[in-house]
Write a protein that binds this ligand. Structure first.
Ligand code: ADP
Ligand code: ADP
Length: 226
């Protein structure tokens, strides 16, 4: 079952200094429950790719399909987690997680009980009433993951989510994320420039080369995860 597919995806940025071809001919298929990492050097178009998949940017050519239907603009069917976690600082952890379900029309009671479940999953039950600034960086990223999952997306799009964390926290978060991924019926597309991280997390790694970003290699990760 293919959840996300791109066909001949390309992107050319046009600016005052001419054109930059950021992506060329990207054909990707991500299957249900797969964990796919995209790696490549800085400037190879990783962020461009994920922004197009998220519907935040228009492709210059090609298509993005979600469950076989073309994607037009952003949607709750794709959950996003960024490096600079964008939690609402004026809302408690619980209310941050309730936000999506409330926007989607869930009752307050329903949104709250969903938020509790997701916070339990990421191990932050005790911090439900804390504010984001009271948490460590790793904990905030766990809230960001819970918030993205609370929308029950078809796929989680993660753009270097652990890039700003110290090495020890990053390693813990990688473990956490795999635990979550094992417990939830979720498909993940994860961007990183760190090959070790990709090898640890992924079923499949897409290696992009720079100028323009093209798929250079696809690595099937053969070893079972720890
Ligand atoms: P990565 O995330 O792999 O570092 P990006 O997607 O950010 O790569 O960038 C890919 C290429 O597109 C780079 O050459 C970058 O300079 C260029 N680029 C990215 N965003 C823009 C933009 N908004 N306007 C013009 N060029 C851009
Ligand atoms: P990180 O994911 O950033 O490494 P952890 O979740 O490993 O952080 O934090 C370890 C423990 O430290 C947490 O389970 C929590 O009990 C405690 N802790 C971290 N930050 C705070 C905080 N701001 N207030 C209270 N306890 C905290």
């Amino acid at each position: 079952e293919v959840v996300l597919e791109t066909r001949g995806l390309g992107k050319v940025y046009r600016g005052p200094n001419g054109e930059t071809e950021a992506l060329r001919d990207i054909d990707v298929r991500v299957h249900r429950r797969e964990f796919v990492c995209v790696i490549g050097p800085s400037g190879c178009g990783k962020s461009t790719l994920i922004r197009i998949l998220a519907g935040l940017e228009k492709a210059s050519s090609g298509q993005v399909l979600l469950d076989g239907a073309p994607v037009a603009g952003p949607g709750r069917d794709r959950g996003m987690v960024f490096q600079g976690y964008s939690l609402f600082p004026w809302l408690t952890v619980k209310r941050n997680v309730m936000f999506g379900p409330l926007m989607a029309g869930s009752s307050r009671t329903m949104a709250e009980s969903r938020a509790r479940e997701w916070l339990e999953l990421v191990g932050l039950t005790k911090f439900a009433d804390a504010f984001p600034h009271q948490l460590s960086g790793g904990m905030r990223q766990r809230v960001a993951i819970a918030r993205a999952l609370a929308n029950e997306p078809r796929i989680l799009l993660m753009d270097e989510p652990f890039g700003a964390l110290d090495a020890q926290t990053r390693a813990k978060m990688q473990k956490h994320l795999l635990d979550i991924w094992r417990n939830v019926d979720i498909t993940v597309l994860f961007i990183t420039h760190d090959l070790d991280e990709a090898v640890y997390l992924a079923d499949r790694i897409l290696v992009l080369k720079a100028h323009p970003g093209e798929v250079q290699e696809v690595i099937e990760v053969p070893v079972p995860r720890p």
